[in-house]
Write a protein that binds this ligand. Structure first.
Ligand code: CP
Length: 352
């Protein structure tokens, strides 16, 4: 038995990403219905396995699964038998034995979702692992940029990808799973990415990264179409990687002054949770060009698309998206296709 999984953005090429966006576009109409629910994953069970704190990722996966009529099993490490010394492997195999179709795994250690694939027959989705990756965050980020460009063009479809766009990712790149996944996704879609931050928080080498890097935010700010700010963890200042959070704010934060100098066309993004007053001034977070709330809203659509892609019935292909039936009445499973045959999403053998 095998299951499709999504552990890294490296598993997806441009066409896979655009296929997921097309599914999300189809689900946008569902979200606007009085009852925003379809029977696409009726009979499937999704377990959210969070071994580290989360607001956005956990709740948006759970909302996405429920909107697709899947059952949701919510695991929380702090109230589980891990507290009694049960191992990670035994925990995963216990949940697997209950009969589930997908596990969304968040863990503070890099590599745990990849390891979990060997312990379950279910699909595994990386909900953020250590300093490695956060692929659904990158998908929702790129989808949100594409949507903002479409709205600006007054065109529902907008650009197909991010070709020619200049995106600055600012902050603690070295320790950021979001930055790692975003670089892969944004460059796969044709964007130019520049990494900005203190030298101590940039990657020690850019070998293999199709990006540029600078320590001088003001030298690139005026050229950016998107400013993407990363959360600065307070322990970075405590561990001497930063002089102080105040100095970080003045040198690398989107301060009120820098925000005032931005073109009104420059989009402002942040994955959350934000430290207002550190990487972003409160006024900057609330600018009309800020997409931060939109990122959260689109997170549900993208996670619906990913769950459907992994668990939905075989069909004619990702891009061929027929109408989505309402969840009411006695309709069978949605006719949405998953395109799994041609996908580069990872197909793993259980127990491998
Ligand atoms: N962006 C993100 O992963 O947020 P949470 O930690 O709240 O899930």
């Amino acid at each position: 038995m095998s299951a499709l999984s999504l552990v890294s953005m490296a598993d997806l090429d441009r066409d896979d990403i655009l296929g997921i966006f097309h599914l999300a576009d189809a689900f946008k109409e569902v979200a606007e219905r009085p009852i925003p629910k379809v029977p696409a994953l009726r009979g499937k069970t999704v377990a959210t396995m969070f071994f580290e704190a989360s607001t956005r990722t956990r709740l948006s996966f759970e909302t996405a699964a429920k909107r697709l009529s899947a059952d949701v099993m919510s695991f929380s490490a702090s109230t589980s038998s891990l507290e009694k010394g049960e191992s990670l492997r035994d925990t995963i195999e216990t949940i697997d034995a209950m009969g589930i179709d997908a596990m969304v795994v968040r863990h503070k250690s890099s590599g745990v979702p990849a390891q979990v694939r060997a312990w379950t027959k279910a699909s595994v989705i990386n909900g953020g692992d250590g300093q490695h990756e956060h692929p659904t965050q990158a998908l929702l980020d790129c989808y949100t940029i594409r949507e903002a460009l479409a709205a600006r063009a007054g065109d529902d479809l907008g650009p197909e990808d991010l070709q020619g766009l200049r995106i600055g990712i600012v902050g603690d790149i070295r320790h950021s799973r979001v930055a790692r996944s975003d670089v892969l996704a944004m460059t796969a879609l044709g964007a130019e990415v520049v990494l900005v931050g203190p030298r101590t928080l940039l990657p020690p080498s850019l070998e293999g990264w199709p990006v540029k890097a600078t320590v001088d935010l003001d030298s690139v700010l005026g050229d950016l179409d998107v400013v993407y700010l990363l959360r600065i963890q307070r322990e970075r200042a405590e561990s001497a990687l930063l002089p102080s959070l105040d100095e970080y704010h003045w040198r690398w934060g989107l301060t009120r002054d820098r925000a005032a100098r931005l073109s009104e066309r420059t989009l402002v993004m942040h994955p959350g949770p934000m430290n207002r007053g550190v990487e972003i001034a409160p006024e900057a977070a609330d600018l009309p060009a800020s997409l931060i709330t939109r990122q959260v809203k689109n997170g549900v659509l993208i996670r619906m698309a990913v769950l459907f892609h992994l668990l939905g019935a075989p069909g004619p292909g990702l891009i061929d998206v027929p109408d989505v039936p309402e969840a009411t009445g006695e309709q069978g499973p949605s006719g949405l296709g998953d395109g799994g045959q041609g996908s580069r999403l990872v197909r793993e053998s259980a127990g491998a």
